[in-house]
Write a protein that binds this ligand. Sequence first.
Ligand SMILES: [Zn+2]
Length: 206
Amino acid sequence: MAEQNISPEQLKALQEKIKQMSPEELKEFQKKQCIFCQIIAGKVQSKKIYEDEKVLAILDINPANPGHVLLMTKEHYSIMPQIPDEDISHVFMAAKSLSNSMLRSIDAQGTNIIVANGIAAGQRAQHFMAHVIPRKEKDGVDFVLPQKAMEQQEIESIGNKLVAALGGAVEKEDAKAQIPVPKKEEPKKEGKGINLDDISKLLGAK
Ligand SMILES: [Zn+2]
């Protein structure tokens, strides 16, 4: 892809323009900067595996294993708390179908379905996606989770906090969850969400 160079003056002008944008205009701007939205719009080429009104699944061009699929919402969401329940349900139903197709068609012996939700969790794309990865024994893909020791008291305490936060049921709306995302899109004091640093990153300027 062509790199876009931008002078500090142009960047400042752009930042001013962004501050004037309505939430709708800002969303359009974010979509234009998002490579995955470009793929969804058909402006960037990809190997499509599955598509319906809510999701698109494509092959990862640098897969963990051959057949590694990126399953994304067609709507631009950064993180899971932003996604309506109906849509997130749809994402995981599609993940199940993709996983089944891998078991049937490319001799996968298992699959991993992974969502990185927030920077601390290793999220790199600014567009929400689930990775569906076909697995075989000794395929060199290692997700080794540490097994930390915990006192019974700590287990009780953490468990109780989670139970209290859930209120005994799965919440309808959990938008209050504050998760740091790759591109900061929450509104700031003055502008409508993107700071100078973000724009510079979005446009590939150093
Ligand atoms: Zn996007």
